[in-house]
Design a protein. Sequence first.
Length: 170
Amino acid sequence: MRQSYRSHSSYRSHSSYRSYSSHRSPVAAGTNLLATCYNQLLCIDSYLAWTYVAPVTDSFYVNWTTQLRKGLLELAILNTLDTGSLYGYDIVRRLGEVDGLVITEGTVYPILSRLKNERYVDTYIEESPEGPARKYYRLTRSGRNELERMNEHWLRLHDAIGTLRKERTR
């Protein structure tokens, strides 16, 4: 189990403050601070400090995978558009087929808007024989350049993590 320390002020703002409140160990004014800190396993705030244990649970893994997925969405969208122009729903559908890349329209469209603001994608409207006109997205020249840069960086990270994993198994 991992031991964590938080100062009084950051502890109060911690989202789980109430659930930890019964487990807190304050260093009260007028007590022997050195002895108290020793008993509390090295407290770091001489004013008032509480120690608590924050176990690594499934919530850590869920948060980690969510953050990893969010960080890869721009790369995934740009790679999807590298095959040619696509309308928004088709981008969502293709990305939805990627195992582990949980994605919704509410996630894709803000990213497409941001990529358009960066001038990495361009849009155009095309009439559809199956209903209303559709907005299509396509990579710009700067978008292709950025995609190439991002893919190179991804490959370097992938290789580096692979090397670390191989070192661990030796």
